[in-house]
Design a protein around this ligand. Sequence first.
Ligand code: GH3
Ligand code: MG
Ligand code: MG
Ligand code: MG
Ligand code: MG
Length: 292
Amino acid sequence: MKILMAEDDTTSRLLFGATLRKLGYTVTAVENGQKAWETWKQDEYSLLISDWMMPDIDGPQLCKMIRAEPSLQYTYIILLTSLDSKGSYLEGMDAGADDFITKPFDEEQLAARLRVAERILALHKKLHIQATHDRLTGVWNRAAIMDHLEEEVERAACQSTCIGVVVADLDHFKRINDTYGHPAGDTVLQEAARRMRLVLRPHDRIGRYGGEEFLITVSSCTGSDAMILAEQIRNSISMEPVDSRSGEISMTVSLGVTVGGDRIGEDTGTLIAAADKALYRAKIAGRNRVEF
Ligand code: GH3
Ligand code: MG
Ligand code: MG
Ligand code: MG
Ligand code: MG
């Protein structure tokens, strides 16, 4: 695990760094709060050990700044201090610190406190994955893909690029459930999600938007890029049947495509509505097809 450490006293920094490395951690050591803040922002560290008293930004201040920043992963913060009064303990905790280590530090105690940090971080990661992913298919859930789409629309507006939105809905999925049973339907959904993921480019994202409906964001693309991707998805879904316990099941998908991000006042709702309309046209036109 990577640890960011901020300590203005050179001897203490070297000693602490050496101990952390001996315990098996990778350490980036910086000499003040400002540098810690810049380093943390660049490369989100999940574990920060910060001295309390430092020139410019001190430990508690650094805690507050990190806690105020929206970030994907939690940063576990341990304050390092020779202060030992109840008052400073409370101030540090209220600033957002998770734990304290008093100087001079005891190596065994430090190791144990770091094990606690790892435990909490692992739990946080697990909960975060549960909150953002669809359990059945493993792709993002509706909330996560919507959040991502919102960010992408904002980014597209700032950078004057376009964002593609593809809505993919499995065809006659109810029939698959009715014919082969719900568990087989689940297998088909899992396989559909897997095939779609394989087609995506590195910055494209997919989420389960509804029961048998997926939303795909296509980053910095033109209309024809998005159409090509949607066509690849259509093809990969229909290419060969899915092996399930109830036998081989053929599936097809209909896709609605739209591109936006460069028009004033456009929001995620407008984009999704346009992709939905295109999807509706694909269904009406006979399914297993892509419409813009
Ligand atoms: P269309 O081509 O018009 O989209 O027809 P359809 O049958 O796919 O659409 P409809 O909306 O009528 O039915 C969707 C079905 O998807 C109904 C629902 O029971 C099923 N479904 C939704 N979520 C799940 C799931 O997690 N597992 C399984 N097995 N079925 C699901
Ligand atoms: Mg200091
Ligand atoms: Mg359907
Ligand atoms: Mg339907
Ligand atoms: Mg549907």
